[in-house]
Design a protein around this ligand. Sequence first.
Ligand SMILES: NC(=O)c1ccc[n+]([C@@H]2O[C@H](COP(=O)([O-])OP(=O)(O)OC[C@H]3O[C@@H](n4cnc5c(N)ncnc54)[C@H](O)[C@@H]3O)[C@@H](O)[C@H]2O)c1
Length: 355
Amino acid sequence: MQDNYQIVLGIVGCGDISNVHGNAVLKTGGVRFAACCDLNGERAKKWAETYACERCYTDYMEMLRNEKLHGIVLATWPNQHVEQIRNCAEAGIKNILCQKSLALTGAEAMEIKKIVDEYGIYLMEGFMYRHHPAISKLERLIAAGDTGPVDNVRAVFSDYDAETESAEDLSRNWRQRKECGGGIPYDFACYAVNACGHFSGGLPVRVYASGGVSEKYDIVNRLYGHIEYDNGCVGIIESSKKSSFSQELQISCAHSILNLPLSWTVYEEVTVTETRRSEWAKLHHNTYGIEKNDAYTSEMQNFAGVIRGEESPQMPLHETIVNIFVIEALVKSIYEKKIIDIELPAELKKAFKAK
Ligand SMILES: NC(=O)c1ccc[n+]([C@@H]2O[C@H](COP(=O)([O-])OP(=O)(O)OC[C@H]3O[C@@H](n4cnc5c(N)ncnc54)[C@H](O)[C@@H]3O)[C@@H](O)[C@H]2O)c1
């Protein structure tokens, strides 16, 4: 690959989240958007104007036929990702940054893995928080060893939804539409599952969850779950659309507790706190100030770095796929009101252990 060549991208979906990718590219040297696509032509046109993108489309298959792209950003709903990844692969796209949640079921996620392997694609799920320096700080504190081994990870992501939109209104937000992959599992709880999996360092073996289903939209809108990992760690998830805004990541280790009070959408400075007991019931706090960072830009820089062959992905695909199995099991547990064992395909376990 040439040094300093410009990476040319396309984007499918010019809705809410597409703006962070547009801004991220404007702030990342050596990358540009040549084409964007939205079913809504006006939205695509405006997006192209805002982010110095050369052409806009209303049919992404036409965009794939006409454009020569190094990569694609999929900023569409979770139910669309499998089909869009397949179409991109068949059109020769080699690099895909796909918004969370990558898929709705483990089977879908494995279908995606098959496409990725068959076509030799690099695919990264858009969990921008994994690119934030606060997360790197937590990773370094644990790797340094003073914390001792991780015992449990508690992750929270909630925000209240008054559910005012009519269930008949098909233009309402995708989060309230079951057919789009709406509901808290694929919108908020996926962050908590991702963090529990990452910091536990183990493979999930079983889950139990309780929660609730919105009567109006027939989507899971409350999810409180336990995840057991094969290394003995436990993940604890709180995620609700019936609770006020809250985010938290707490990693409890043998010798100290690490805490990040605003964990997924961090736009300002934030503080990581490490708490130790000095003697029984006496606590000592170490605080680490983390500078302001745009995690979406860091994510785009990592995506570009991987395309150039200069970096490894901060959000590896095998972790993403394992997490989708966990989310599916948590949802099943809510509906069936029982503990669900997770049976991961042998090839996935092998890929996970190899990394
Ligand atoms: N990482 C984050 O911080 C974050 C935040 C919000 C949303 N998201 C994720 O981003 C994705 C999109 O969410 P959103 O809130 O931006 O949704 P949105 O509804 O605002 O935007 C989606 C856009 O995709 C367009 N679209 C749908 N089907 C299309 C198709 N076949 N071809 C072209 N365009 C199509 C829609 O017209 C819409 O404009 C979801 O998967 C969501 O989970 C991530």
